[in-house]
Design a binder for this molecule. Sequence first.
Ligand code: MLC
Length: 517
Amino acid sequence: MRRNDVSMTDLSGVDNDPKVYHVRKSRMIRLVNWWTVSATYLPYLLLAAVGVLVAQVAQEAVANWDSLAVAYDGYRSALSTSPAVAVGLGWRATALVVAALWWLGHRRTPVYLLDFAVFEPPASWKVTHEQLIEIMRRQKCFTHDSIEFMARILANSGTSQSTAWPPSITRCLQESSPPSDRSVDGARAEAEAVMYDIVAKALAKTHTDPRDIDILVVNCSLFSPTPSLCSMIIHKFGLRSDVRSFNLAGMGCSAGIIAVDLARDLLMARPNSIALVVSTENLTQNLYHGNDRSMLLQNTLFRCGGAAIVLSNKWQDAMRAKFKLLTTIRTQGEGLDAYECVFECEDDLGHRGVRLSKQIVEVAGKAMQDNFTALGPHVLPLSEQIPTIKSYAAKYLCRRLTRVLEKRNPALAAKVPRPRTYIPDFKRGIDHFCIHAGGRGVIDGIEKTLKLSQKQTLPSREALSRYGNTSSSSIWYEMDFILHNQDLKRGQRILQVAFGSGFKCNSAVWLCLNTHK
Ligand SMILES: CC(C)(COP(=O)(O)OP(=O)(O)OC[C@H]1O[C@@H](n2cnc3c(N)ncnc32)[C@H](O)[C@@H]1OP(=O)(O)O)[C@@H](O)C(=O)NCCC(=O)NCCSC(=O)CC(=O)O
């Protein structure tokens, strides 16, 4: 298929029709960025060079073992008499020192994930589709058409009949209660309920004293109060006064990985430290009250959720950690389509909400392609990388040959073969996938693009079904599902991929160290 034959996942269509997703075949082709490959393997090349130099020195020493003293004297006199010998020894020694220093400077301290906890909403927060629609009716602001639209989307959303909304919104189901509480106090109460629960659970699971936490990163896109969510946690749990805290807002559903990435960088700079990462979203102030369809979608997709993750760079924690962080890759999309894809704004009548573009799967696909280009060298086995290099080389040579022959002998040029590009299979480098449960259409699109099996997208579909789109914490519900329900083994790799406003695609790869629940 030529490059122009692009047609991405099509979200339009009639309900219940089996969907045919046209994904361009060249999508996976440019996943491997060979510049990144060289950068990735440079330390190993340098290490190999150091090995060769050490071997040379050792060989000389062995060869002159019997007459080491003579050789030593010989070298001393040679050094003083022959500048060539001195220079030869000099550059080798310098190369050794430079390589050793470079390696030491670029060596990354491992970051371990001790354990994590996800928010399990209380039964009183859970609502059925019918109750959700009843809540909408009781807001007394939606037209019949909007209610019908939300009911239809809800039915196809992939969410179950038991997902959670905060009490500030569901309270209207009780007789004589006002529609919804959109106050800061209501939002703070929701944040407290979610964050305090998960932080307490994560600290208990990892036997971490709150005063041992050195770094705190909290991400929540749509609720950023003063004092910050970080301050709420510090105040509640009595964290140390010198804790380094960071509050990330407005960064959308992919901010969970941004928070981990930031914590990782901070841990690199602070040896022997523990970081607590909290990813959540807040719905109290974010029920859209207008009738613009692209903004009504959020009322049917998003639900309460959160995750708290304890990270450590203490070497002794390697023994008890569940995972080791192998890599994080962050990609920021470019252009207006990407920028406006998930956009907080007011509709024509001034109702605030988040507008979701119909192009979201297309934009997410492009962002993921860029992200995987950088990710490939970190996860693909050599047996996938070598055929890709070979096919690139063959394609390049045949193209050049065709061009040369076209001028001299067009008939011969037509006979030059056109090798097919090898498409690397990411499933060979990754054992389990946590794809952000952004919506059924998003998971369908990624499943098709990456040619994943139903088992591989099950964690995402289950998270969507049981908890809805919980924004940045969705990948942790999926990780939890894999840990408890899939055959996760020590040494396997888990990929978390999240999409979000910006438009961003971020990914993290974890190595499983322990599978105890
Ligand atoms: C919502 C869906 C489950 C609905 O699937 P369906 O199978 O019912 O059918 P469908 O896709 O044809 O859509 C049904 C109807 O909704 C309309 N529709 C769909 N998407 C729309 C949009 N963005 N704006 C306005 N209307 C939209 C279609 O035109 C159609 O209308 P009609 O029938 O009248 O023609 C799916 O479309 C989906 O998963 N979409 C992606 C959701 C999404 O954007 N998630 C990311 C959230 S943001 C996020 O997670 C990150 C972040 O916040 O940072």
